[in-house]
Design a protein around this ligand. Structure first.
Ligand code: ATR
Length: 289
């Protein structure tokens, strides 16, 4: 992304930001972004906004009327919000969902920073490059969609999607064929596909609290020493990651994706570098408070 060093200009001298969703009370985004604003020395506030689906349009218009600089969008509004955007970034267009909105002189511009945030986190924390690698993604839902898009921009040698429901993996692969070498199969092909893998990424909820004893694939199929990444951040280390460590794998948890999707949103709103480490510390601290 092109970062200008000049701060975007607020209408009121104060940047208003927020997140709309339902449920929203337990979102970690407010603590993360308020810390970021403070750390970056920017006057403003980021608030959690509980919005019911039938009030989505009114909420969006309200934010425009109140001169919000932008906002995040979470479940269940990520797809429905598309119809209120004046402009869509390529990420949102390809993925078909918006998680970040910038309000630019009354115009609503929709972005999706989830996948790009994930890839930035993977590259900062686990791999030097994705180019030329064999990547395997488990799962074919909304989270996988954003990640497949962002991974293909990095030009892997191959990207294979494995899913419990094979048709969904095939469909997802078909949607992104134009961006690279991507195929979808049933999770039953895991043994064969994983034998070639350099990077394995779990996008399903298998292993998430409270089912922390589960893994999305049998550990015996994971080759020694590859990179294993899990989008789940509760727990911070899933059984998939713990078991992979025993096979000398480089592991990567889901917290970084959350932090970096926020960091990229912050940069879209304010045009200043996001204080990533302070944001990560704020989220981690909120887990224990
Ligand atoms: P998200 O937006 O988090 O990706 P989603 O769109 O509901 O959520 O997708 C969930 C993904 O996790 C799907 O790929 C789903 O597999 P199916 O397409 O077969 O439903 C996968 N998933 C969820 N629970 C699973 C389980 N117990 N075993 C295997 N895969 C599972």
């Amino acid at each position: 992304m092109n970062l200008t060093t000049e701060l975007a200009r607020p209408v009121s001298g104060y940047y208003l930001l927020g997140v709309i969703g339902n449920p929203i009370a337990h979102s970690k985004s407010p603590v993360m972004h308020n810390t970021a604003l403070q750390e970056a020395g920017v006057q403003g506030a980021y608030v959690p906004l509980h919005v019911e689906p039938e009030h989505l349009q009114a909420a969006v218009m309200g934010m425009k009327a109140m001169n919000f600089r932008g906002f995040n969008v979470t479940i269940p509004h990520k797809v429905d919000i598309l119809s209120y955007m004046d402009e869509l970034d390529e990420s949102a267009r390809f993925i078909g969902a918006v998680n970040t909105v910038v309000i630019e002189q009354g115009r609503l511009i929709g972005y999706n920073t989830d996948g790009v945030g994930y890839v930035r986190s993977l590259k900062e924390e686990a791999v030097s490059t994705i180019e030329g690698k064999h990547v395997v993604v488990i799962g074919a839902g909304g989270a996988a969609r954003g990640i497949v898009y962002a991974l293909l921009l990095e030009r892997p040698q191959s990207l294979t999607i494995l899913n419990r429901t094979a048709e969904k993996a095939e469909e997802l692969a078909k949607d992104f064929k134009v961006l690279g070498n991507v195929n979808g199969y049933s999770i039953d092909s895991a043994e064969q596909v994983l034998a070639q893998a350099d990077i394995l990424i779990n996008t399903t909820s298998v292993g998430m609290h409270p089912h922390t004893d589960q893994t999305p694939v049998s550990i015996q199929h994971i080759p020694e020493g590859i990179v294993v990444s899990d989008l789940i951040y509760n727990p911070l280390e899933t059984k998939l990651l713990t078991d992979s460590k025993h096979k000398n794998c480089i592991t990567h948890g889901g917290l970084g994706m959350f932090v970096y999707q926020g960091a990229i949103a912050f940069e879209h709103w304010l045009h200043v570098q996001a204080p990533v480490e302070a944001m990560r510390r704020a989220v981690l601290a909120s887990f224990t408070s």
